[in-house]
Design a protein. Sequence first.
Length: 375
Amino acid sequence: MIFSSSLVLGATAVSLVAGLALPSPIQEASLLQRDIDPGQDSRSCSSIKDVCSPDTISDPSNALSHAACIALVVCESPKDFLAQFPPNQPRLSRDAFNAVSGGSDVITQQQFIDFYYGTIASINSTIATSNSSANLLTPEYPSSAETVIAWWQDAVAWTGFCSTSSIPYSNFADWIEYSTATGVCGAVQSCDAAKNAATPACVPQRPTDNGSCAEMVSQCILFAGNTTHIFDNEYCVLASFCYSQSTVDVLIKALVQDDYLYIGQPVLSINQPRLTQSVFNTLSGGNTVVTQQNVIDAYYGLLTNTLRSCGGPPGAVTPCPSGSSGPYPTDVSYVTDFWETVSAWTGFCSTRNIPYKNLADYLQYSSTVKAPTSC
Ligand SMILES: *[C@@H]1O[C@H](CO)[C@@H](O)[C@H](O)[C@H]1NC(C)=O
Ligand SMILES: *[C@@H]1O[C@H](CO)[C@@H](O)[C@H](O)[C@H]1NC(C)=O
Ligand SMILES: *[C@@H]1O[C@H](CO)[C@@H](O)[C@H](O)[C@H]1NC(C)=O
Ligand SMILES: *[C@@H]1O[C@H](CO)[C@@H](O)[C@H](O)[C@H]1NC(C)=O
């Protein structure tokens, strides 16, 4: 019922929006700040909950079957949207998508703007005919269409349609379903090149990661110093391995970004001192090769009884026990998968036993020299 009234009133809103000039380029209607913006734009977005919230829809376990919820997921972001509904929501259906696209294969930016304004315009009449006892907000339009464009561009960037700003069905459904998963990265973080460069790179991870790689990086940060010699530390070497779906250089840039005292340019892997023999020996147990089992033992071992900072500036902190362990990967295949990448790059697929020189080469050159990444 909510579904149909949105559609009817959406038609009214199209003419309303047609009168709005759409300035370009998109200005600083910052997506990053929208969650803490107490102003009109966030009130506009929140007011959609009058017709899309667990209290105001009949079937919260299938929220996206309500057209208004498509407006809400875009203005709130999938993460904030999904957090308020029961887990395991069904994937956005083509029918629901069609309610915005008018049956076409893509939703254009203008269609979404019209749809957003139409949704807001319909709320008053929808709640007038409902018996909702929920605490309802006053429906409000956003401060300008630019705000709606900025929200839409978040989905456009993730799905990789910056050139057209129109998103096909399956990509839009993917954005809702997967953009909140850990380690799943969008095509770009922003269609604005300058903003994109200023945002830390998203690091793709396998679902089995379970946050373990991020913890390994946190451990590395305690010892990374000015990030000019990271291959002399076991945590940083293991973090380099678990970044295998990204690159060692992306890790280095992340470490540099974390150290606010270091103002130099990142020393990329090719210019880092080579892997130290002592870290290699620790990993290999004094043998001439590092085996897959060595890496499994090291990865789980280093995540057991982790450390934290007991004071001191970045890079010169005093490490002390955190009193906890993990998170560990959900499956040991996480470790064997990233070790497969290292084995493939170094040409040791058959044994997965890697000698010093080749392992040191992986750390130093895999960011810049292309080679197979699977066996
Ligand atoms: C609202 O409540 C009235 C009286 O309880 C009922 O007759 C009506 O059908 C309800 N309307 C809706 C939309 O649920
Ligand atoms: C909805 O109704 C309220 C109360 O009458 C009014 O203040 C508000 O401007 C209306 N909003 C829209 C979008 O029509
Ligand atoms: C980084 O730290 C090392 C000592 O750990 C020091 O020798 C080196 O000069 C520093 N490099 C930069 C660029 O700050
Ligand atoms: C994933 O990490 C969480 C948080 O540390 C932990 O409770 C859980 O046991 C981990 N999952 C597995 C399968 O180890």
